[in-house]
Design a protein around this ligand. Structure first.
Ligand code: SF4
Length: 253
């Protein structure tokens, strides 16, 4: 039996192969993994589709090893605890996030790298709309509170509703890449029109040169999406459950 109710020890981690690739490019990266979609009992992926839920990176790597009959292992239980902590104890969650972000800045300095953070490793929360208070000072979001950290995420939330064109709510140090699923092509084309890159999961080892009228860049070389040239399709090779997905339409041929 796994503990699904107690407070998590930490929110961020750098146990991801892509964070090691980022190190070589000068960035120390940590990622937050929550329980995606409604796995924790509350929805943290408003625009999730059946296809993306079926092949979500939640079960890639350690997240998918040794799952019990309830789909749980140590990582999955920790993700559920974090997500419930976010839902039920928001102020304490934000205080822990601030503690962890300060630790990221310290570790990055120790490694002589710049700090980078992905808050939506396995979720799709508009963090730019989450205000917080630190030592009595109010901030509109963690990006403003930590201007030296590069924040970046993939999102399926239509870009005009999250981007700078919607009232200037997206902070300068927060980069978003739109994520194509099996049913949001119109939103993906709109994102490209607005100058926002679109990530596409492709089957097999080879990426096409062009897709949706744009050059395709290899998104598996590193995870630092804020360094990508625009306007591009970011090609990602299917991983985890996506390798075996031939029906949902999420993985593109
Ligand atoms: S939106 Fe992203 S994190 Fe959420 S279920 Fe889909 S693929 Fe997973």
């Amino acid at each position: 039996m796994y503990d699904l109710t107690s407070m998590p020890d930490t929110l961020l981690s750098n146990a991801n192969p892509k964070t090691r690739k980022n190190m070589k490019l000068g960035f120390y990266t940590e990622i937050m993994h929550l329980a995606p979609a409604t796995l924790s009992g509350s929805n943290v992926c408003t625009f999730a589709t059946e296809g993306c839920k079926a092949v979500c990176l939640n079960t890639a790597g350690h997240g998918g090893i040794g799952l019990d009959a309830d789909g749980l292992n140590v990582q999955q239980a920790a993700r559920i605890r974090r997500t419930r902590f976010y839902r039920d104890h928001r102020d304490a969650f934000l205080a822990m996030l601030v503690r962890d972000l300060r630790a990221v800045e310290r570790r990055a300095a120790r490694h002589r790298r710049k700090p980078a953070v992905r808050l939506n490793g396995t979720s799709d929360i508009p963090w730019e709309r989450q205000p917080l208070t630190i030592d009595g000072e109010a901030y509109p979001n963690v990006m403003r509170a930590f201007p030296d950290i590069k924040f970046y995420d993939y999102t399926k939330v239509p870009i005009p509703s999250r981007g700078e064109r919607d009232g200037g709510t997206l902070p300068r140090n927060y980069s978003l890449t739109f994520s194509l699923s099996e049913s949001n092509m119109d939103d993906a084309l709109k994102a490209l029109e607005l100058g926002v890159n679109v990530a596409v999961v492709f089957r097999g080892p080879r990426l096409p040169r062009r897709y949706l009228g744009c050059w395709v860049i290899d998104g598996d070389r590193h995870d630092l999406r804020f360094r990508d040239r625009q306007v591009r399709v970011v090609g990602l090779r299917a991983k985890g459950d996506a390798v075996h997905d031939h029906t949902s339409g999420f993985v593109h041929d």
